[in-house]
Every structure is written in C-alpha cells, then in structure tokens.
Design a binder for this molecule. Structure first.
Ligand code: PPS
Length: 302
C-alpha cells in the first residue's frame, strides 16, 4: 500500500501491513516506500543508536538507556512513551507517525532505535562514528516472541500458524530478515566500530552488571544506589505496569494486547513451551550450519 494512501486511513480502518524486499531483506511496505530517505538519514556524531533484531530486548534497553541518561529519575523517563522518547528510524504507522520525521525534528543529543541489519544501516551512523548498543537474544526465544508480536501487531503481516511461522523464521522470510545473518553481521562489525554488543540472557542473569556496562559505554558514572534503582524500574514486572514503557499507548487497533501483551513473559527458555522435539532437532541442525562461521554463542536456558 502506498504511503500517501496509508496516511489517509483512519486507525480503525487499518488493515494489516504487507511486506516487501529492500536489498533482499523483507521490510514493512511503508518502510520500503521511503527507503531512499531512510538510507540517506543523516546521523550526528553524538547520536546513540540502539540496534536489535526485533524482539531481542530493544524496549528494555531503551528504558535502561533513558534512565541512565536521566540519572535514575523515573519521573523524567515517564515524560512520553518509548517510541516518542527514542524514535525508531525506519518505522511508519498510519496516524501514529514516522520515526524518520521524529528523529529529524529531535534536538541533539538523540537516542535512536533500529532493527536494520548492518548492511542496511544508513551509512552516516558509521561515518560519524556514532556509539551503538546492539542486543542479541537466543533465536528460539526470539522466534517465539516475534510470533506472538506478529499476532498482536497489525503493523506487521499475520504470522500464520506456529508451524508456518517456524519455517518463515528459519528461512528469513520475516521482516528484517534472517536472524542468523543479523546477529553475525553486527558481531563482525563490532571489531571495527564503536559497538557495545550485549545479550538478553546476560541482562536477565545480572541486570545491574549490564546496566553498569551500558552506563560506562555512554560515559555516565552512576553510584550503586542509582544502578539499583534503574535495575528495579527496568525489571519485567515494573515495566509491564508502566504505560510509558509497555506499548499500551499505541491504539488497540494497531497493537491488540488482548491477543498477546507486548510485555508477554520476558523469560529465558519459554521456547520449550512451543518447540516440538522434531522442530527442536530441525532448528539445531540448521543452526549448526548457519552459525558454523562465527565465534558468537548463545545461551538457550539457565
Ligand atoms: S520490539 O518490538 O522489537 O521493540 O520488541 P523488543 O522490545 O525488542 O522485545 C520484546 C521482548 O522483550 C521482553 N521485555 C523484557 N524482558 C525482560 N525484562 C524486561 N524489562 C523486558 N522488557 C521487555 C518482552 O516481554 C518481549 O519478550 P517476550 O518473550 O515476548 O515476553
């Protein structure tokens, strides 16, 4: 659907968005329609970028970063919903807005979000040597989370039944492409660029330690008390009840939390409730092949 046509649609008339290819990677069609503008986005040297494959812990990290920047002031971080505080550069939803326009209108220093694989990242981010935080999550939990998100979010295509989605994910026929290429691409890039590469599972295991790492990377020296406060306010249970961090500010016609809440389970190992034994074997065999050429490793359970 063309962007100009979409802008005329009222939310309650919104149909599910379709997807299309940009350089071999599926993206929501509205993103494809303005790809040239996204590619030519002008980053500034003091921009901080949070990058992830979808459902890897983006919102959690956004909340942590915002609280670090505000030295643990919870009220300040409640000034607006996540997507307004930290624009998602390639995202457009009819009647809600465009991440690109938001980012361009935002005063510096800006914190921005993307799900783009490294080869589709607007080149100015690396040219300007921006700091980037990348978060990766084990692909089994990542897949389950993405499946439920596509069920509840009309701004993405319907996922189909679980068995179909399992195959789509494994073949990279989902928005933002193949998980394996995404995590490997950013892993390789961190050798040459200012990228802090983090793991969802580490954040679950020892949140304070990972928050401290992020603070150091951003250049903020926070005392223990503030770190504890940030860990508390960014715990799953607290964020789930925070309307400025749980995506309930998005109209239900777009994100229907009664189908599946955005803050769903927030756990490690939930994939075991979804993968059949056969799917798990098939996944592991495929994983071995696709990840044979990387030093990157993941934890699938505690
Ligand atoms: S998105 O739409 O790509 O920005 O989604 P993203 O924020 O990357 O991922 C959503 C999943 O992260 C979980 N989440 C958390 N887990 C632990 N602690 C905290 N604080 C937290 N905040 C969000 C969220 O519940 C989604 O995972 P699932 O497994 O679906 O619950």
């Amino acid at each position: 659907m063309a962007l100009n046509k979409m802008k005329d649609l009222k939310i309650d008339e919104m149909e599910r968005l379709t997807m299309d290819y940009v350089e071999g990677i599926l993206q929501p069609t509205p993103t494809c329609d303005i790809w040239d503008q996204i590619w030519n986005f002008q980053a500034k040297p003091d921009d901080l970028l949070i990058s992830t494959y979808p459902k890897a812990g983006t919102t959690w990290t956004q909340e942590i970063v915002d609280l670090i920047q505000n030295e643990g002031d919870v009220e300040k971080s409640k000034r607006a919903p996540t997507h307004v505080r930290i624009p998602f550069i390639e995202w457009i939803i009819p009647s809600i807005g465009s991440g690109l326009e938001q980012a361009n209108a935002m005063p510096s220093p800006r914190t921005l979000k993307t799900h783009l694989p490294i080869h589709l990242l607007p080149p100015s981010f690396l040219e300007k040597n921006c700091k980037i935080i990348y978060i990766a999550r084990n692909p089994k939990d990542n897949m389950v989370s993405y499946y439920h998100f596509q069920r509840m979010n009309k701004a993405l295509p319907a996922p189909g039944i679980w068995e179909e989605y399992f195959e789509s994910f494994l073949s990279g026929k989902v928005c933002w492409g193949l998980w394996h290429d995404h995590v490997k691409g950013w892993w390789e890039a961190k050798v040459y660029h200012r990228i802090l590469y983090l793991f969802y599972e580490d954040m679950k295991k020892n949140p304070k330690h990972e928050i401290q790492k992020i603070a150091e990377f951003i250049g903020k020296n926070l005392d223990d008390e503030v770190l504890d406060k940030i860990a508390h306010h960014t715990s799953f249970d607290v964020m789930k009840c925070n309307p400025m961090a749980n995506y309930t500010s998005i109209p239900p016609e777009v994100m229907d939390h009664s189908i599946s809440p955005f803050m769903r389970k927030g756990s490690v190992g939930d994939w075991k409730n979804y993968f059949t034994v056969a799917q798990n074997e098939r996944f592991d065999e495929d994983y071995k092949k696709k990840m044979a050429d990387t030093s990157l490793t993941f934890r699938f359970q505690f």
